[in-house]
Design a protein around this ligand. Sequence first.
Ligand SMILES: [Zn+2]
Length: 104
Amino acid sequence: MTDLEHVLDLLPNYAFYFIDVSSTNFHGCIDYDSKAIYLNENDNDYVQLMTALHEYGHADDIPADYSNKKRYKTLLAEKQANMTATKLMNELFHKNNQLQQTFY
Ligand SMILES: [Zn+2]
């Protein structure tokens, strides 16, 4: 089982989809209504793993509309998701907790 498959197993209520997005700024997103998490299939394994953990953080959070990136509530949710991702990365895989980039 790969690290990513391990994370997918942590969220049995969600379906993961790998989508082809050419934008290098898009890594993934969560759709609370349809219980779907989308990951950019063009990202490397590490980025996909961090994104899956980040979306796990969102899945754990109160569902809300986080589409406006400038709203305070969105910024807080993103920070929370990044913290969850970093924590889980350490706990599950004992990997370097230094975020190589900011995930949204
Ligand atoms: Zn996010």
